[in-house]
Design a protein around this ligand. Sequence first.
Ligand code: ADP
Length: 265
Amino acid sequence: TSWTVTAGAVALPHGRGAVLSFEDITAVEAAEAMRRDFVANVSHELRTPITALSGFIETLRGAARDDPAARERFLSIMEREAGRMSQLVADLLSLGRVEQEERQRPTGTVDLSALVAQVAALLEPVAARDRVRIRLELPEAPVSVPGDEEQLRQVLSNLVGNAIKYGGADRDVTLSLGAPAQHRELRGAGVRLSVTDQGEGIAPHHIPRLTERFYRVDSHRSRAVGGTGLGLAIVKHIVNRHRGRLRIESAPGQGSSFSVILPAS
Ligand code: ADP
């Protein structure tokens, strides 16, 4: 089909008229274009490590065959590329799952205070590699919300992981959890969970696009730190499923703050 109008009225013979809406067609076409983009992106993301692996296999068979130091170096690059592929596949599976579950309300209850402490402990060794200090700001009384524990753990570890990756070495990453309060965005009671870093920040025009699949401010940097470009897309779907809001506040040179506001009940 080659519709060029998005909506319109047509005159029919004998003075009859009809109003046609092409909105459905454009929506279907937009969805189809998005799907094509997604497949093209996935193929591209996979092709890069596969090309690297094939190249190094060739080199190991040939030039580097009798050079133990070169072999070792190439093998570690191959290991890294294989790791990149498996991270991509894991993120794709996660994304598929969270998209599928987005319409089902989560049924559990999650102790966010415990979860924050858990994720901080889990990522401590990763932070330590970059001499990043994880600071916690927790309210005195434990805070729980309705939700899916596994998914909220993923939200938090993606945000803290990014804060470590993009926050820069020798800096702090702060995880803060607020006590339940009224939140205008939710038109009701909610809990705010924020991850703040002291990194280089993000220019305003990038901010609205960060949760798109494969959108990166700096692809080279993202790949160098092991990013897949899917982390915030996954976060967005999970937050939607919880009827929450994701707020991103950042300015170049001033660090970034990613906050999730979840309904308290
Ligand atoms: P990636 O796997 O590339 O990190 P994400 O979806 O998690 O993918 O994030 C998308 C992009 O948003 C990143 O590539 C990076 O450019 C930017 N970004 C995410 N978190 C931060 C942060 N804390 N500081 C600066 N930029 C960030």
